[in-house]
Design a protein around this ligand. Structure first.
Ligand SMILES: [Mg+2]
Ligand SMILES: [Zn+2]
Length: 191
């Protein structure tokens, strides 16, 4: 059986507006072309997989159940655009969080590649043929560490990361895009 290809997607600042920690469902709003971007991934036969750090749980800002609620709303809004996420991975942990249960240095937390590696194992994904899209350096680093190519979007924290935080870049983004839709266009035009 041929291995699958995937587009790994960050959530906040990439698919939805980054409003800091999403603590209420009303704060959650998709970016304008995010639904179309995910549909493009679906139509191309790639898996669309969300990988998101949600340290707000470990910091005591919201309950873990809030993450599930947000992801239900996200999937509902995507389906309205005939788009679908094939899988969702999140890491609620952070070292030295205020909530003991979630306070740990987790292998899943980006910039570590744990969520991508887990998805690759569970869905039989060829990581060299796969891509990570995010608005932070840590997103791109997790993609690179897993063996993917990585795209930076200029939505969310992206512009700041690219313009003022660039001394910490270990390498240039493989793709630089205005938003997630543009990132998908760039990636699919080159493969
Ligand atoms: Mg983000
Ligand atoms: Zn974790």
């Amino acid at each position: 059986m041929k291995k699958k290809k995937a587009i790994f997607l960050d959530r906040d600042g990439t698919l939805n507006r980054d409003v800091g920690y999403v603590t209420h469902l009303d704060d959650y709003e998709l970016l304008p072309r995010a639904g179309d971007a995910v549909k493009k991934i679906n139509d191309a036969g790639f898996l669309a997989i969300l990988v998101t750090n949600q340290a707000g749980v470990a910091r005591g800002y919201f309950a873990e159940s809030m993450i599930e609620e947000v992801h239900e709303k996200l999937q509902k809004e995507l389906r309205r655009k005939n788009a679908n996420l094939d899988a969702i991975y999140y890491c609620p942990h952070v070292p030295l969080g205020s909530e003991n249960l979630f306070s740990k240095d987790c292998e899943m937390r980006k910039p570590k590649p744990g969520m991508i590696l887990k998805a690759a194992h569970e869905y039989d994904i060829d990581l060299e043929q796969s891509f990570m899209i995010g608005d932070k350096f840590s997103d791109l680093e997790s993609g690179w560490s897993a063996g993917c190519r990585s795209a930076l979007v200029l939505t969310g924290y992206g512009r700041g990361e690219f313009e003022t935080n660039n001394e910490k870049w270990l390498r240039e983004p493989d793709y630089l895009a205005e938003d997630v839709y543009h990132a998908i266009e760039l990636i699919f035009s080159q493969i």
